[in-house]
Design a protein. Structure first.
Length: 242
């Protein structure tokens, strides 16, 4: 795995495609390479620890624009409905003022609220119910049948996500599918997945589950740059009729 800044994503994709094309050409001239022990290749770089790709069912984190209902079992005068997370990540609460909640899960938010209200209430019993929030999604880009943004419902693996996006095109490079995952607001974590090898071996044990907000990118293979049919006008200097 490796970590990149969001601002470097476009540059990374460009360099990846260039290196991938040169690597494919070299492999054709030197013969087939010995497959690695793992079905997915990883690129290592100095970076802070980040989530593992096989983690399932991550808890939803509150974001700007989300809202929730806040209920106090013993102190209903502090109840609030449609508490909205502002663009700066704060919410305004009755009796305690502003509190930063951006990035918190519901259990973390409940604990933060309990800590804040313990200053004015004794052992508050608080319930938080998310009301309006962003639906989980993933993005499929590159050489898939229908690039775009898709709802992420339930547990979906990388290969399933590709199928939902229309599958691979004829120009797809199945062996180097990139999976990007957000680490924080400034960094993305990426992994190269060898889908071709997994499908050929019939072993999808390492097929990673997607997280909300993931993006998969399928690059072009080296041979897709060559057209099947070439205008004869372009071949005039090489082709001499009998």
């Amino acid at each position: 795995m490796f970590v990149i800044r969001l601002s470097e994503l476009v540059i990374t994709l460009t360099v990846f495609l260039t290196v991938g094309t040169r690597g494919a050409a070299t492999q054709e001239t030197s013969g087939p390479a010995t497959p690695s022990a793992n079905s997915s290749s990883t690129v290592n770089a100095a970076a802070p620890a980040s989530p593992q790709f096989q983690l399932r069912s991550p808890r939803y984190q509150m974001r700007a624009g989300d809202s929730f209902d806040l209920t106090f079992e013993l102190s209903p005068e502090f109840n609030q409905t449609d508490v909205t997370v502002e663009p700066d990540g704060f919410v305004t609460l009755r009796g305690v003022g502003d509190l930063k909640v951006d990035g918190q899960t519901v259990p973390e938010l409940t604990e933060s609220l309990r800590t804040a209200y313990e200053k004015i209430l004794k052992n508050p019993i608080i319930s938080v119910v998310p009301k309006n929030f962003q639906k989980p999604y993933y993005v499929a880009d590159g050489q898939v049948g229908h690039p775009g943004k898709y709802d992420l419902r339930g547990q979906v693996t990388l290969t399933q996500a590709i199928a939902m996006a229309g599958g691979f095109t004829e120009a797809s490079k199945h062996s180097q599918v990139l999976l990007f995952r957000r680490v924080n607001d400034q960094w993305l974590e990426a992994k190269i997945i060898n889908v071709k090898k997994m499908e050929k071996a019939g072993n999808l044990a390492e097929d990673p589950y997607l997280h909300p907000g993931d993006m998969l990118f399928v690059p072009k293979n080296a041979f897709s740059k060559f057209s099947r049919f070439i205008p004869t006008a372009n071949m005039g200097m090489y082709f001499q009729p009998w």
